[in-house]
Design a protein around this ligand. Structure first.
Ligand code: PRP
Length: 207
């Protein structure tokens, strides 16, 4: 049985549809319920719905053999897993944004509000810019509006949240998408099963 961690929510449902098209469907999984674990013994798969930011932890620790995680989470937390493929869905970008018209004076320590402290530190270190990271857990866009920070480092998908809060992108740090990840020990011991799923997903992407 292959244990698969899927991110709960809209992205997870899209990703599950890819697994189903690849031949690894699981009855009842999309029904509206609070159930978190679903298995299909015939296809030898067991899926769990987990919080999107946690799926890499399940895979790193071996509670799941494979899973799906956003590249943002992989860059931020650097879990010790194999990244098998880019699923080319859940596309967005990690960007720096600020109130419209804001300009960096390049002198004062820059106050950066973000959920992604590691990514922000690494990006600004590469620019040789000193920053003070203000770690928030959500609604990051509010920080520069209230003067808590100068800029934010956050995910931009449609750009609606920025627009509706009079913020704009100053620079793009990196493109993000959903990735298929794999536990390192599972890759040794269940390589055939894992590769069957990975190949199946690759075919659905191409088809
Ligand atoms: C994410 C992200 C932005 C928003 C971007 O927030 O942090 O706030 O989506 O999407 P958009 O460009 O399409 O508007 P999420 O919905 O995960 O909530 P959060 O505020 O709790 O981070």
């Amino acid at each position: 049985m292959l244990n698969i961690a899927l991110p709960k929510g809209r992205l997870g449902e899209k990703v599950y549809a890819m697994f189903a098209r690849a031949g690894f469907d699981c009855p009842g999984i999309l029904e509206d319920s609070r159930k978190l674990v679903f298995e299909n013994p015939e296809k030898q798969v067991r899926y769990f719905w987990v919080k999107p930011s946690d799926s890499a932890i399940y895979v790193e620790r071996g509670a799941a053999d494979i899973g799906v995680a956003g590249k943002d989470i992989l860059l931020e937390y650097r879990p010790d897993v194999y990244e098998l493929s880019d699923l080319e869905t859940g596309k967005c970008r990690m960007a720096v944004a600020a109130p419209k018209g804001w300009r960096d004076d390049g002198i004062r320590t820059l106050r950066v509000a973000t959920k992604f402290a590691f990514i922000a530190r690494e990006y600004y270190a590469s620019q040789g810019r000193d920053i003070d990271v203000i770690h928030l857990n959500g609604s990051i866009e509010i920080a520069p509006i209230l003067g808590l920070s100068d800029v934010i480092v956050d995910i931009v998908e449609t750009g609606t949240t920025l627009r509706e809060n009079d913020l704009e992108v100053i620079s793009t740090i990196t493109e993000i998408s959903a990735r298929l990840i794999c536990n390192k020990a599972s890759f040794r011991f269940k390589q055939q099963e894992i590769m069957r799923v990975a190949e199946g997903l690759k075919r659905t992407k191409e088809g």
